[in-house]
Write a protein that binds this ligand. Structure first.
Ligand code: HEM
Length: 202
């Protein structure tokens, strides 16, 4: 299939709709008081899962482009990446405003007391750095350093499912599935052949 500029435009429009619809749905749920018995936890979970799902979608774009020879679709990666950051920002804001009620000292205490919050913070800093440096002028200015910095997305991909796993008390099936997905996505990028040739797996 030939991908034209027009196709990419409509693909981006579809991606905006897919990313924005769950946010509008969440607002409607909260306004109609249908966000469960504990709306604060509901919003934190909803936006956290939203950020993680969007990250998985972003990481699938390159393998799909390669497998189905749809090179131009990689142009949508930046847009999806910015939605990962937007969802993660909503998640952090919900935690600070609704759960901690802007008690900044509590944020610091939680970060040093709970390893999953520390990992979340660290992952968020990575996403923040990637979002800021995705501005085309900055990307241009950074040259090769840009690619080195943007490889940190793989570190965030490994850390965020761990954040999820450690945040739950007993229900470990869902976070375990995300850990498996992250491992697969990371292995796709470091093909087994390359690992074998460097004797890493031997
Ligand atoms: C900025 C620092 C972060 C803080 C302070 C934070 C805080 C939290 C909190 C309080 C929870 C709920 C734990 C509970 O069950 O009580 C949570 C869960 C979660 N967070 Fe984060 N988080 C951060 C960053 C991130 C990032 C960057 C992502 C993804 C991109 C993320 C994804 C998730 C997911 C998927 C869950 C589990 C949701 C569920 O239980 O269904 N978090 N986080």
């Amino acid at each position: 299939m030939k991908i034209t500029r027009r196709n990419i435009f409509w693909l981006k429009v579809a991606m905006h709709l897919v990313a924005l619809t769950p946010i509008i749905y969440l607002v409607l749920l909260v306004l109609s008081e249908s966000a469960g018995g504990d709306p604060v936890q509901y919003i934190i979970h909803y936006t956290g899962i939203g950020a993680l799902n969007t990250l998985v979608m972003m990481l699938l774009i390159s393998p799909i482009a390669r497998r189905f020879k749809l090179g131009p679709i990689v142009q949508t990666r930046r847009l999806v990446g910015l939605y990962v950051f937007a969802y993660a920002s909503l998640h952090l804001m919900a935690f600070i405003s609704l759960d901690l009620l802007f008690e900044w000292s509590l944020l610091w205490q939680e970060t040093i007391k709970r390893p999953y919050i520390l990992i979340g913070m660290f992952s968020y800093i990575i996403l923040f750095a990637l979002a800021i440096t995705s501005i085309p002028a900055l990307r241009h200015k950074m040259g090769r350093q840009w690619q080195t910095l943007h490889r940190l997305v793989y570190l965030a991909t490994a850390l965020i499912p761990i954040h999820f796993y450690w945040s739950v008390k007993s229900e470990i099936i869902e976070p375990s599935i995300y850990i498996a997905i992250a491992v697969i996505l990371l292995l796709i990028r470091a093909p087994l052949k390359r690992l074998l040739s460097k004797n890493i797996l031997m």
